[in-house]
Design a protein around this ligand. Structure first.
Ligand code: NI
Length: 163
């Protein structure tokens, strides 16, 4: 397992629509190991495969002491009234902006062996599910901000030391 470097805003892989993982793909165990190791760093909540440069549909999470992953995630349920929540992203380091998210979310997919798995919950987990699936479709959370927040975000990013 290796803690991988996080790709930052502006890297084209973050705009990639990631490919589904095929059963038996030999690269997948290594990808999952790296996703888990990289998300286990304290302060991290979720990580999509393209954030470590791999354009395949997988993400890992580290929420309330529970670390896991899912392959080929598909959102099957979003529930409740969307509400503004503070959101950040490892690919946009140092910033948080208010973003509308559903308070409950469920995602289904598979594990490395191809067995079906489902992850669902509220709060941070629901937010992470929505955020990470957006990554796999090539979208950063910044794109979905309300217009004023988006303007503030773009201005802040352009003046960031890492940009
Ligand atoms: Ni992110």
């Amino acid at each position: 397992m290796t803690e991988r470097q996080i790709r930052l805003f502006g890297d084209p892989v973050l705009r990639s629509v990631c490919d589904p993982i095929q059963p038996g793909d030999k690269r997948v165990q290594g990808l999952v190991d790296d996703l888990l190791e990289t998300v286990e760093v304290p302060g991290r909540a979720g990580l999509a495969a393209n954030q470590i440069g791999v354009a395949l549909r997988a993400f890992s999470y580290n929420i309330d002491g529970r670390v896991g992953y899912i392959l080929n995630p598909v959102i099957t349920e979003l529930a409740g009234e969307r509400e503004l929540v503070e959101e950040g992203c490892l690919s946009v380091p140092g910033f948080y902006f208010p973003r509308l998210r559903y308070p409950q979310a469920t995602v289904t997919g598979i594990d490395v062996a191809g067995n079906p798995i489902e992850i669902g919950g509220e709060g941070i987990l629901a937010q992470a599910i929505q955020h990470e699936v957006d990554h796999l479709d090539g979208h950063l959370y910044i794109e979905g901000l309300e217009p004023d927040a988006k303007r503030d975000a773009m201005r802040a990013i352009r003046s960031a030391s890492w940009y």
